[in-house]
Design a binder for this molecule. Sequence first.
Ligand SMILES: Nc1ncnc2c1ncn2[C@@H]1O[C@H](COP(=O)(O)OP(=O)(O)OP(=O)(O)O)[C@@H](O)[C@H]1O
Length: 236
Amino acid sequence: MALLTCRDASFAYDGHTVVSGLNFSINSGDYLCIVGENGSGKSTLIKGLLRLKMPQSGSILMGDGLKANEIGYLPQQTAVQKDFPASTYEVVLSGRLSNRGIKPFYSRADKAAVEENLARLGIEELRNKCYRELSGGQQQRVLLARALCATHRMLLMDEPAAGLDPVVTQDLYRQISEINREMGITIIMVSHDIHSAVKYAGLILHLKNEQVFFGATADYIKSKIGAEFLGGDQHD
Ligand SMILES: Nc1ncnc2c1ncn2[C@@H]1O[C@H](COP(=O)(O)OP(=O)(O)OP(=O)(O)O)[C@@H](O)[C@H]1O
């Protein structure tokens, strides 16, 4: 069975439907990019996949033994998060909170997971630095390490490269791609960077307040909607 299946799902705010006709499945190891113009429903769908928002109609099913606490999340950063007064180490360690259960202290396994993910993202030397003093790209790496501490199965990301310069953005996308290929972690990412989306993702979901495309990236590039979106101006 698929890891996640959206079946005829729609989402609404105060009874007003903002995205509908969602029908797609994600299998273990997939890399999906959700694309579309501003206000097309991408973040709303992410909230639905995280179970923070219930569908107005239809359903979202988890399969393959996936549990809600096995989904790591890399949010769009708010000003408050950027100013968080904790060290890199503490921020990454906090990714283990959902696995800790009722134990009052972090275990040796929790600390080992932090070391592993600091190393994986090449940020060991930032461990004692205050999170708010890091650059935007470094902060995203720390949040990625934190999300990896929470999951071995699926990462959801809402525009992880927002506000980063092009070089740092490409580095971040490369690292995310490695995490997908080398660790087999399923990636679902909202991206405004359509060119990077088609470069790295195997699957594309295009929203326009309804699902207008879901399928392989190669087919998306050949489709009318894909060609238009790739050729046109990005509204960002
Ligand atoms: N909390 C909310 N209450 C009411 N309407 C909302 C709320 N959040 C989003 N919306 C509306 O739902 C629609 C979809 O918004 P959503 O944030 O999902 O789009 P998006 O594709 O992620 O946009 P962007 O690319 O700008 O981030 C928009 O019309 C938005 O105004």
